[in-house]
Write a new protein. Sequence first.
Length: 229
Amino acid sequence: QALAQQGKELVVATDTAFVPFEFKQNGKYTGFDIDLWDAVAKKANLNYRFQPMDFNGIIPGLQTRNLDAALAGITIRDDRKQVIDFSDPYYESGLAILVNTDNSAIKTAADLEGKTVAVKIGTATVDFMQRSVPTAKLKLFPNIDNAFLELATGRVDAVVHDTPNVQYYAQTGGKDRVKVTGAVKSGDFYGIGFPKNSELVPVVNQALKDIRADGTYDKIYQKWFGKQP
Ligand code: GLN
């Protein structure tokens, strides 16, 4: 395949902290997105290096073409499709509420009215909260780890963020301290992001099909989520 990108080292952005999709472990980045891209790149014969960055910088970086691709659990949305391209969906997601274990008052989005809620800058959650829970006071963080810290110290009532992320955190780093009380949104899909009209899109979509067909996708899914999709 005569692809201009082949041979070139692609710059592939990931989020700095988004368990279990991309996160640092023993000084190295690991996670579902990291393994997924690695498998895609092998199939499509692509050279790349990862560039971890705050989520907020990723879509602008694709727009200016400083990045060749990005995996950061990026929710496919029509407004984003105006400015970047997406691969086919690769993971179904949603948004959920995380509170301290001793909090029994917050269970649904309506319970967040008037409350102080930590969210991550530039994410779909910010739009969701502004639209659906307009009286909530939002505290914005570039990195979700700081939002989790804010919850631990009691400076916010809740964190709202992507369901698989808060679920994983509640079972690992936040175990016994925090719990997921409710889903507030479902039916979102993650896609790999690209600059508009990138010739990588059809190549990556084919590789995604191939790794679904040969069982690689299921293996990676099981490694991080412990069950079949
Ligand atoms: N899914 C969220 C969004 O696209 C972001 C997830 C993340 O924090 N990396 O807005």
